[in-house]
Design a protein. Sequence first.
Lengths: 380, 50, 531
Amino acid sequence: MQNQNKQTNRSLLGKDRVLAAALLLATGSVSAEYGLNFPEPAANVAQEIFDIHMMTMGIATFLLCIVFAIVFYSLYFHRKSRGYEADQEFHNSWFGNWSWVIVPVMVLGVDLTIAGKADAVLKKVWDVPKEENIMDVKVTGHQWWWEFDYLDHDIKVESRYVPEEESGDLYLREVDNRLVLPTGVKIRFLHTSADVLHAFWVPELAVKKDAIPGYVTETWAELNREGVFRGQCAELCGTWHSRMPIVVESVSQEKFAAWVDDQKAVKIAAAAEASADKTWSMDELMAKGKPLYETKCGACHQATGMGLPPAFPALKGSALTIGPIADHLNIVLNGKEGTAMQPWNSLNDLEIAAIVTYERNAWDNNTGDVVQPADVKQAR
Amino acid sequence: MRIPEYQTPELRRKNVRLAWGLAGLALFFLITSFPFWSGIFRVVGTQAMQ
Amino acid sequence: MSTTTLSHDEAHHHDAPKGWKRWLFSTNHKDIGTLYLLFALTMLFLGGASAMLIRMELFMPGIQMLDPDLYNNLVTNHALIMIFGAVMPAAAGLANWMIPMMIGAPDMALPRMNNLSFWVLPAAATMLILSFVVPFFPGGGTQINTGWTLYPPLSVQVGMSMDFLIFAVHLLGISSVLASINIIVTLLNMRAPGMSLFKMPMFCWTWLVTAFLLILVVPVLAGGVTMLLFDRHFGTSFFDAAGGGDPVLFQHLFWFFGHPEVYILLLPSIGVLSHVIPAFARKPLFGYKSMVGAMLAVATIGMVVWAHHQYTIGMSLGAVTYFMIGTILISIPVGLMIFNFIATMWRGAMTFETPMLFAVGIVLMFTFGGLSGVMLAVVPADMQYHDSMFVVAHFHYVLMPGAVFGLFAGVFYWLPKWTGHMYDEKLGKLFFWINVISFNITFFPQHFLGLAGMPRRIVDYNMIFTEFNVVSSIGAMVFGLSHLLFLYIIIKTIRGGKKAEKRAWEGAKGLEWELDSPPAFHTWTVAPQIK
């Protein structure tokens, strides 16, 4: 009996140790950005927002302390067990008769303090400054990735989460292509969505805004320090809402200009390749199609082609991927209404051809069909 | 289900009248405080024109 | 409850019908109140189970047990079951039991409608549960992954389970509108002679305001979800920008209902507190009239500030300023309510039985939740808090103390009246301490998670958020399981215990305490005279 007791004790202790170790491990790996409060602001408006947060939190804590002090005083002294006699006429005293004026006036004072400061900050935050040299970035939410259009530079960046094997500790906080922004320039974000609601949120930039399909909302920020700032989609957008990180890389204006040139060069090269009047072989298209499929389609239909039924149908052996090519191209180009399947017509002909070819031949689909960019062009 | 016998007919009438009044209030809010019916009419209208 | 109460009733009150017909065809406010309370208790455990599953999934980073859609489905169901299944029916149950006894009426004004408004609920709950279960069957479509706010266009993508949910919301709405009409008619027409409106017990006042709020806002929700249904199946485009609609319109309709709903959940519990605190402080409620005024102000302002749930949708500067100032101003009447409670305790002769413990806990924790509410009302700062775990922490601090603990206090306060037995005070106090401590362990750390950047409603999170999630989940397990103790206490009290006197509590005031414990099947068949 005693022995048994000891044993349970030991196993309990063991469990405790595992838990403690797990906690310690978690603590050890916590990066420096993590604290009990907002991360340090990296934009001008963010600093103002941070300040007003600290002010309201200070007022709230102060009031809470007062309430706690009064209640605990009362709990200790005004109790029957101490022989305290209830004051039956307390509510009829002058205080009882006038408290309904005194208390609201006091609360109103606090309210006006908060509202006054909030109103001043709000004016700065809310309306985008009207300036000639403001930089426009269109932020489009997709299920489940972000698209950043640098309207002034004619560059488009697609930003997707990186699977755990590659991102490690930064899982769900790291993307393949970052949103690169220059410091010291006023940036206007134009938010919209291609499908459902999303919300753009990077705590260091402070401003959160919903992406609403068919509408454009705007926010602005002026970055004041370099660094990498991480945020996530903040409006429930379906299955993989947790897999929509946003990573802002804040760089100096010179570095930003160099980055823009790089991106343009890449874009020109890709366009040249796609428009080249060339017949592509099966192997070439399959090699191109696999990574494209995995980044753009894999989140829903899975790298294995099995999908996640019933929301995301399997492509392996499906009637669509081994049926007529025209139907297959149609759904990829135009999407399917009422489902999460969106139109992919923003991809170029070569990319679509590669993806469709890959889908028709991977995972034992083996139709042997080779879809050429020219076919895609015709189907558009 | 028994009809409760503790209510006089006058009280009962008064109760039912007030209840219908409140139901009317609920109905009023259902119909007017948002563009439900206007939307229905728009849809019917566009279909009729086709 | 049924079997023991039945045998008890057979012994004493020969006019109570027997068997299942007593419950199915009941027109008796006490029986219907009991049904409401049992229904709410069942739903509390269903909603609690879903919450515990959610917290288990969030215990560690990574997706361990719930696939993302199931997780979101549980998030949706937890909210809807707790709000429409647990808190509102529990409050309605208290109203059914207590209002006629408090105002000296023989029963509710419209007893047969009372029966209807309860028996719609099990049907609605079945629909709600079906909406959760249907996707697991072949051809059942996708799960509801929208959260309880049901925002389109996401809710248009969902499969047939969304239609079940929409009909469930309709049924729940019908039930609460009918119950509200009944309560208002009872309160306005059935008061004992001499009881003017300003002599009415505070619980009746809170329900009068709540019932009016329900009648005004529930039809709007019904309209909103009907439009959603039309968008889904009949080719309309109320919420589809491509067809000239506006997705944000749904959010306005939803929160026009959703914000007053917060006060609908809160006010009945405020009413309970207005009885519990004076009873255990042994002195009258401080500021009866200012309480009524504050309540009317809360209800009025609460109707016109809904858009503070949607600060991020890109409203104009003028609109957000209006909603911000309106929201901040709500702190005035709410502050006055809390002040009145504290002033009622002040210079009282307090004892701390379980209902009073809950009451004190509510005053402290609800103040906390209210203050974080003021922080959230500030638009620029809300640009950070919005849709983060900070919001989750805030509204649980408002709704758990504000609504649920208030109902617990009411149940402990009136259990002796309902069953004729005193509950086990030691167990009651034990329940209070476990419940309140684990509640704080669960939700306090979530403030920090939100500030650090963790959005709400995510199934998987980065490891920097691990520690607080571990703490929160451990708290949640204890918190969830502690309600089994609550159930045990109730069952034990029904089965026996110290005999309760007419006036079960030394300082309890009001007509209900002049009746036997438990009261006869029909009470106040002759109306009492109020001086």
